[in-house]
Design a protein around this ligand. Structure first.
Ligand code: ATP
Length: 374
């Protein structure tokens, strides 16, 4: 179907489409011979993150509101039963069939060459999309060997795994009911996030037990999904995940908005107060280390004339996709360069480093003695 016909189904006229292309609110991209369009600024009802293809529109993955207090938050959010799932710490992909190929799109609406290469290791997607070409499988790719995220769940000890949590339709931003989603996951043996089941807001005792268990294991948190479509999905995270977030990002603190850290400090304080944990030496030391130790290492490096870098390891099925990942980084203005690659068993193991210029340049100027107003 032509692109104009596709977008007309989501109320985008030919004029608006052409204007949006001219004004760079919609950007054409190509991957493996397929053209797709990234919505980078809202156009009509299409929000940033939406992808338009000639096989249909893939709506953006919606933001999830956060609750800071588990008991009060759940009571305020839900009058009806809701489903509870683990919130897995990785990166979001939308897996979808475009023409006769299946791709994994990132939240930023790019085809991710790494995730697309690895789909074959996650589930029998050929079979799923042969029977359901208009569905989109949304989930988290998580594990220590991923190209984006410094954190991973404790139970993925090497490489990456896939955890589905949502199924959507092309050309629609409406949700498929939870029961139907779970049925499809089971029918097609698609691995999912841990499903804790169906609860109501009077089950706070059980919910507290689940989150405390996750905190002890080193997991990120919970997502609460309504059975009544007029209620909204909310998320709640563990104290441990706040400290880990700070620890993996504080080496590049200069590149982050201050709120990134204040929000996490506040969340961890709310958590320990609600769950009766002590503000003891161990917590204070962990929080202090998370904030200051990596930053200290960065400043020390730059003072010694060294670049700040982040190291990554990833595994690929097809050698030709390694190059595509670096082309993708180049497009996204990420200064990543390969260090080495070798075939180990069935996968290509690739190591690369990302040079962190913005942090390096600021620290270097300060160290060299340049004055500034703050
Ligand atoms: P947001 O997407 O809410 O704006 P964000 O981009 O900072 O915020 P997070 O705080 O990590 O992301 O929370 C939302 C993300 O959590 C989702 O985009 C999804 O990728 C991920 N996630 C992990 N597990 C689940 C789950 N069980 N259900 C829904 N999303 C999940």
């Amino acid at each position: 179907m032509s692109i104009l016909k596709i977008v007309s189904k989501v109320n985008i006229t030919e004029d608006l489409w052409n204007e949006s292309l001219d004004g760079h609110s919609i950007i054409p991209e190509e991957f493996d011979g397929i053209t797709y369009y990234r919505v980078v600024k809202k156009v009509g009802d299409l929000k940033k993150g939406t992808v338009v293809t000639d096989s249909g529109v893939i709506y953006d993955f919606p933001r999830i509101a956060r609750i800071m207090h588990l008991e009060n938050g759940v009571k305020l959010a839900f009058n009806n039963p809701f489903y509870v799932e683990e919130k897995v710490d990785g990166y979001n992909v939308r897996i979808v069939k475009v023409q006769d190929q299946v791709f994994a799109f990132t939240r930023g609406s790019y085809v991710c060459p790494f995730s697309t290469d690895r789909l074959v290791d996650f589930f029998d997607y050929e079979n799923f999309f042969k029977e359901n070409p208009d569905l989109i499988v949304c989930g988290e790719i998580a594990g220590p060997e991923n190209p984006y995220n410094g954190e991973s769940p404790p139970y993925v000890t090497e490489d990456v795994s896939f955890f589905a949590f949502d199924i959507r339709n092309k050309n629609s931003d409406r949700q498929i009911p939870m029961r139907k989603r779970y049925k499809l996951f089971d029918e097609y043996k698609i691995p999912t996030v841990t499903r804790f089941g169906r609860y109501t807001s009077s089950d706070v005792k059980d919910l507290k037990k689940h989150i405390q268990g996750l905190n002890e294991k080193g997991c990120e948190g919970l997502v609460f999904k309504p059975t009544d479509p007029s209620e909204k999905t909310v998320k709640y995270v563990t104290e441990g995940s706040c400290l880990r977030d700070m620890k993996v990002t504080s080496s590049l603190m200069i590149e982050y908005q201050a709120e990134f850290f204040t929000n996490r400090m506040l969340r961890s304080i709310f958590y320990i107060l609600e769950h009766d944990l002590p503000l003891n030496e161990e917590f204070l030391k962990k929080a202090g280390d998370a904030l200051l130790q990596p930053l200290f290492e960065s400043v020390k490096k730059v003072a010694g004339g060294e670049m700040i870098t982040e190291k990554f390891k990833v595994r690929f099925n097809k050698k030709q996709n390694i190059k595509k990942l670096f082309e993708h980084f180049h497009k996204c203005k990420v200064a990543a360069s390969p260090v080495r690659h070798e075939k180990v068993g069935k996968h290509w193991h690739v190591e690369f480093v990302r040079k962190c210029f913005p942090s390096y340049e600021v620290i270097q100027k300060h160290w060299d003695g340049h004055s500034h107003f703050d």
